[in-house]
Design a protein around this ligand. Structure first.
Ligand code: ADP
Ligand code: MG
Length: 311
């Protein structure tokens, strides 16, 4: 559905997207994950034919988004980062206006407006002025707008940004439902978001793709490396250095918790240094209240990937 080859975008000397290539197959829900400034929005704007690339190629549904942008756009429903709604319009009026811009008219326009309002649960605000709606409703109006011309691909830029937890859950459910009949590329800097919604994750960092895999595979890759959670009271000892000197310990991240210290240890895949940690604690007379394997999160994957890039 999406084919990107060696895509680069430079803004006045600054490279926002640096020679990236990826594909998104029909029916996939792909999460575009990366910190602020990674180049997510830039890539999505290029794919939606709103922004020309500096070099490289991008195709949607087989159409080059630069040379055949009209054909490509017919397949794309794009929800930009800041949904550009008209605050003085009513929801119904706005959706019809947007539908017309996208080539719908007459009965087809009325039918589609009704369908997207049902899909996005907008019936109750049909005649409300957009400017008076909550952020959650406005976001759903943006989604309805993106879908009104029946695109098979949805490109959603941070669809849950600025929403409260309840609204986030609603939008997330909606996206998962849409994923049954659409290909979706959505961006986010919130990790649990992709874990809950996406079949595949592309991790973007400083304009480059650092990883592309299912959330499950990214996690199991990391789990094999192993991670421990330790909490103890080190008194005057430098527990961090002592822990780091143990066999099998690759990295120690310390976090003070009052008199207690909390440590996150990364270990070799083969080794389990829990026994030596216990012995060390007994030797040094450190009270020990936690010594457990930590469940790896996508956040760990993300930190590992984006940090190893700095090294
Ligand atoms: N119109 C622009 N002019 C100049 N630089 C820009 C422009 N838009 C984005 N950038 C820069 O490009 C980089 C990528 O931005 P963006 O694609 O918005 O990242 P993300 O969506 O991942 O936060 C950032 O460093 C940003 O400052
Ligand atoms: Mg962005």
């Amino acid at each position: 559905m999406i084919q990107v080859e060696n895509l680069t975008k430079r803004y006045a000397g600054h490279t926002a997207v640096n020679n990236i290539s990826f594909e998104v197959g029909k029916g996939e829900i792909v999460g575009f994950l990366g910190p602020n400034g990674a180049g997510k929005s830039t890539t999505m704007r290029i794919l939606s034919a709103f922004l020309p690339a500096t070099s490289g190629r991008a195709r949607v549904a087989g159409y080059d988004v630069f040379t055949h942008s009209l054909q490509a756009r017919r397949h794309i429903g794009y929800m930009p980062e800041n949904v550009p709604l008209y605050p003085e319009m009513r929801v119904d009026e706005y959706l019809r206006f947007r539908g017309k811009l996208k080539g719908l008219h007459g009965r087809r326009l009325r039918e589609r407006a009704a369908e997207v309002k049902d899909l996005c649960n907008l019936r109750e605000v049909d005649h409300k002025i957009i400017g008076t709606l909550s952020k959650g409703f406005r976001q759903r109006v943006g989604l309805a707008d993106a879908m009104i011309h029946e695109p098979d691909l949805l490109i959603l830029d941070e669809p849950t940004i600025g929403l409260d937890p309840n609204q986030i859950r609603q939008v997330r459910d909606l996206i998962r439902n849409l994923g049954k009949h659409h290909t979706i590329l959505l961006s986010t800097h919130i990790l649990p978001e992709v874990e809950m919604t996406c079949s595949r994750v592309l991790i973007l960092n400083k304009g480059r793709i650092e990883a592309s895999d299912s959330p499950q595979n990214l996690l199991s890759h990391l789990r094999s490396a192993g991670s421990l959670h330790v909490e103890l009271k080190p008194g005057g000892d430098d527990a961090e250095s002592l822990l780091r000197s143990l066999d099998g310990v690759k990295e120690v991240v310390a976090k003070p918790a009052g008199e207690w210290m909390s440590f996150r240890l990364r270990t070799d895949a083969e080794s389990d240094p829990r026994e030596s940690i216990h012995r060390l604690a007994v030797d040094r007379k450190w009270p020990l209240r936690e010594l457990s394997r930590a469940r790896a999160t996508l956040e760990d994957v993300f930190v590992e990937i984006t940090q190893s890039d700095d090294a």
